[in-house]
Write a protein that binds this ligand. Structure first.
Ligand code: NDP
Length: 297
């Protein structure tokens, strides 16, 4: 029987484990604050930000929201980041990506104070992660590690294929999984759009992570018997639904779930963990900035 991994349930458990951390901070007079900055009128980005804000509110993290017009000058965004960097009530800053084309993404990520960089995308935090001393693990890769741990999927000595090499998912996940650490020690292959014979690589893997942003790219014929399949993809495809679309992963669920040992669904797999690990990182940031020790799960 293939196990359908319930990301919501795992995320709820981790969130419950975060509550004592908030109590410790509250006892010291600290309420963690997360600032979200949206410079886009894209519906998906708006939805992601409102989900993150709701999750903060549910747990007792203060959510501070800022919006800029998509055609505002890049300097308006940089000035806003500077203000948030200087505000002691803001412990974490998240600029929802993508930013408009006239704003250089790299400059945005470098502008955020590394101690408030709860996405973990600042070069200083990337460097720390690669060298095995992470401050903030990027939320989606960290969530995938937590998900594998919760499902007792061993990574040590296993062959992992990550399809996708973005700075947000593919690269940081690969870097985490090769670390000499209990939740690492894997042998990782990173695939991308120029990879030849993707199926030959995914078929050999004990764990396949699909993060390509291509609907149903990985089907059952590309999965080895008994593999664990983690589907990161969230793709809107036209459908005869009220909203006019439905969400589809990067894995063809029906065929892959006939071969896999365990598989994440879309939605309800990786997505909930991404949000939970943002809360985790915001609490980490508050702890680091106030010198209040918390025992993170
Ligand atoms: P990017 O577009 O930044 O990166 C996609 C990667 O996939 C690139 O490295 C690209 O290769 C590779 N790729 C594209 N097509 C193929 C192909 N046919 N074969 C092999 N590799 C391919 O996407 P992100 O990493 O930001 O996101 C990936 C997916 O995950 C998206 O669907 C996104 O919505 C979703 N996502 C979900 C999250 C969640 O919480 N569930 C969080 C973040 C993202 P190349 O580098 O050569 O272009």
């Amino acid at each position: 029987m293939t196990r359908i991994i319930d990301g919501n349930e795992i995320a709820d458990r981790i969130t419950a484990d975060l509550e004592p951390c908030l109590e410790t901070l509250a006892d010291a007079g600290v309420t963690p604050g997360l600032a979200t900055v949206l410079m886009s009128d894209d519906g998906a980005s708006e939805t992601y930000v409102s989900m993150k804000r709701q999750a903060c509110a549910d747990l007792g993290i203060e959510s501070i929201h800022h919006e800029l017009e998509p055609d505002a000058a890049a300097d308006a965004l940089f000035d806003r980041i500077d203000e948030l960097n200087a505000d002691p009530s803001v412990h974490g800053i998240l600029v929802q990506l993508p930013v408009p084309d006239h704003v250089e993404r790299r400059a945005v990520l470098e502008r955020i104070d590394p101690l408030k960089d709860v996405d973990g995308f600042h070069p200083e935090n990337v460097g720390r992660l690669v060298t095995g001393n992470p401050r903030f693990k990027p939320c989606t890769p960290h969530g995938i590690q937590k998900l594998l741990e919760a499902e007792d999927v061993e990574t040590a000595g296993k062959d992992v294929v990550v399809v996708g090499r973005s700075n947000i998912v593919g690269k940081p996940l690969a870097n985490l999984l090769i670390q000499k650490a209990d939740d690492g020690n894997a042998t990782v292959t990173i695939c991308h759009s120029r990879t030849e014979d993707l199926a030959e690589k995914t078929r050999r893997a004990d764990i396949v992570v699909a993060a390509a942003g291509v609907p149903e790219l990985v089907d059952g014929s590309m999965i080895g018997e008994g593999a664990t399949v983690i589907d990161v993809g969230v793709n809107r495809v036209d459908a005869d639904t009220e909203k006019g679309y439905e969400l589809v992963g990067d894995v063809e669920f029906d065929s892959a779930s006939r071969v896999a040992d365990a598989i994440t669904p879309v939605p309800g797999g990786v997505g909930p963990l991404t949000i939970t690990m943002l809360l985790y990182n915001t609490i980490t940031a508050a702890s680091l900035q106030t010198d209040v020790d918390v025992s993170l799960p």
